[in-house]
Design a protein around this ligand. Structure first.
Ligand code: SF4
Ligand code: SF4
Length: 446
């Protein structure tokens, strides 16, 4: 374990009588101890309406939080919690920019009024010289002209959830009564475009659409006009509704390559709609080729942008490909703070905005240990992998397999990632080389 230099800690034993106590500080304490020495950067995903949503997407990992024992429950964020959170977040981040990412559930269920109040509170607590940005992740079905006017006026960046053309989108993204939702989402995209509101697309890659990478990509790119495409693989441990990541039944973990390590098997470790690891690799490779040949420099794709950035020597832009976690927490509607939005379980509740300032919670020993665990828990197979520095074992919530030599903690998507990295890394290197030779300004869009 790399340790920071030891520092002496002074505890006053009485008036004017400090007693020197030598305390061994390790790297888990360092961020809090040194919090005032540099710029603090962290990011919060806010769930102002908790898990409440007007849709019932089959693969949603969040709908079940309402009845999770010891979980955040259901409800909406009160005005008091909202103001305390906004104030603490703005105070806690001392970097130039604070980014508020509003998520759900479906945050637009709160109506435009709630977000007018958000903007009012942000202005009230804003600090000179600091930029405040807002992102809104939405299923799009409730977006109206009024919403568009608000989003435009207040420069919100919108993330629109859409899984591809109609047939693929409607496979799992359905309303409470099972009705398809594609037409409403497509209408929202048109409305946003009409108002000149920038939007990203967020596409969940699941067992069905993973087999149609070009249909998905070309639809998003050419029919919808998305210029920033985010693809998220759906991987859900069977029993995820109650069982927190890393609290799994390790006995049940199959080895990579076994039939239980794929979706569809009666004893599979994942839900039926989870993406097959081979399909995930196929999906990324095909989309990478299409992007490389037609859209390089015009379109950003989250996985490719970060791969090229890493080969330029820059940090990963996605937490999943970073060496550590811990800098992105989730704040629930009741004000409780969780280690990550994929770890909203009682075991990973790290604080509450009423208990202590948000920055102290984010820099707490528990959260820093959570962050380091991403690296520390890597199995040997990852440590010896030629793609370690591109992958870092991806997201710990997906490490639900055993390696061939029985070590637990291998990523479920590993074989897909290996295929993708083997295919894309040489080209990413070439793109990075080309960018290195360009003047700084023209590197901004790959
Ligand atoms: S647990 Fe996964 S999603 Fe959360 S910060 Fe770590 S890599 Fe990112
Ligand atoms: S590709 Fe597989 S073995 Fe390599 S670092 Fe990623 S998860 Fe580990």
């Amino acid at each position: 374990m790399a340790e920071v230099p030891r520092r002496d800690v002074w505890h006053p034993a009485g008036p004017g009588q400090p007693v020197e106590v030598f305390t061994s500080l390790d790297r888990y304490d360092a961020p809090l101890m040194m919090a005032d020495r540099g710029r603090r950067r962290f990011h919060v995903m806010i769930k102002p309406v908790g898990c409440r949503c007007n849709l019932n997407c089959a693969y949603c990992f969040y709908l079940h939080k309402a009845d999770l024992p010891g979980g955040p429950g259901a409800g909406r964020m009160s005005d008091a919690v909202l103001e305390r959170f906004i104030q603490q977040y703005i105070e806690g981040v001392t970097a130039d920019e604070v980014v508020f990412s509003w998520q759900g559930g479906e945050p637009t269920l709160l109506g435009v009024e709630f977000f007018r109040r958000v903007v009012e509170l942000e202005k009230k607590h804003a600090r000179p010289g600091q930029t405040i940005q807002n992102d809104l992740q939405t299923n799009g079905t409730l977006i109206t002209e009024e919403w568009c006017a608000f989003l435009k006026a207040n420069r919100f960046l919108v993330g629109l959830s859409i899984d591809g053309p109609k047939k693929l989108h409607d496979r799992y993204r359905v309303a409470k009564d099972g009705a398809p939702t594609f037409d409403q989402v497509f209408r929202a995209a048109r409305l946003l475009a009409k108002h000149g509101i920038p939007f990203n697309t967020l596409t969940c890659v699941h067992r069905e659409n993973a087999r149609f990478p070009l249909d998905v990509y070309r639809f998003l790119r050419r029919e919808l006009g998305s210029t920033y495409l985010q693809f998220i693989p759906i991987v859900e441990y069977k029993g995820f509704e109650r069982t927190a990541p890393q609290k799994w039944n390790w006995e049940r973990m199959p080895r990579d390559g076994e039939p239980e390590a794929r979706p569809g098997h009666p004893d599979s470790v994942v839900t039926d709609w989870s993406v097959d690891p081979d399909d995930w690799g196929y999906f990324l490779c095909r989309v990478f080729d299409e992007w490389r040949s037609r859209d390089l420099g015009k379109v950003l794709v989250n996985h490719f942008e970060t791969l090229v950035a890493q080969h330029l020597g820059l940090p990963s832009q996605l937490c999943v490909y970073g060496e550590f976690c811990g800098k992105g927490v989730a704040v629930e509607q009741d004000g409780s703070v969780y280690a990550c939005d994929h770890y909203v379980y009682p075991e990973y509740r790290i604080g509450h905005v009423n208990e202590k300032p948000l920055a102290d919670t984010v820099l707490s020993r528990a959260q820093v240990q959570f962050g380091y665990a991403k690296n520390e828990a890597l199995p040997n197979q990852c440590r010896q992998c030629e793609f370690l520095k591109d992958c870092w074992g991806e997201c710990p919530k997906n490490r639900i397999l055993r390696t061939a030599d029985d070590e637990p903690g291998l990523n479920y998507l590993c074989r897909g990632f290996k295929r993708y990295f083997a295919h894309a890394v040489p080209e990413a290197e070439r793109i990075a080389d080309g960018l290195r030779r360009q003047p700084r300004e023209s590197r901004r869009r790959m």
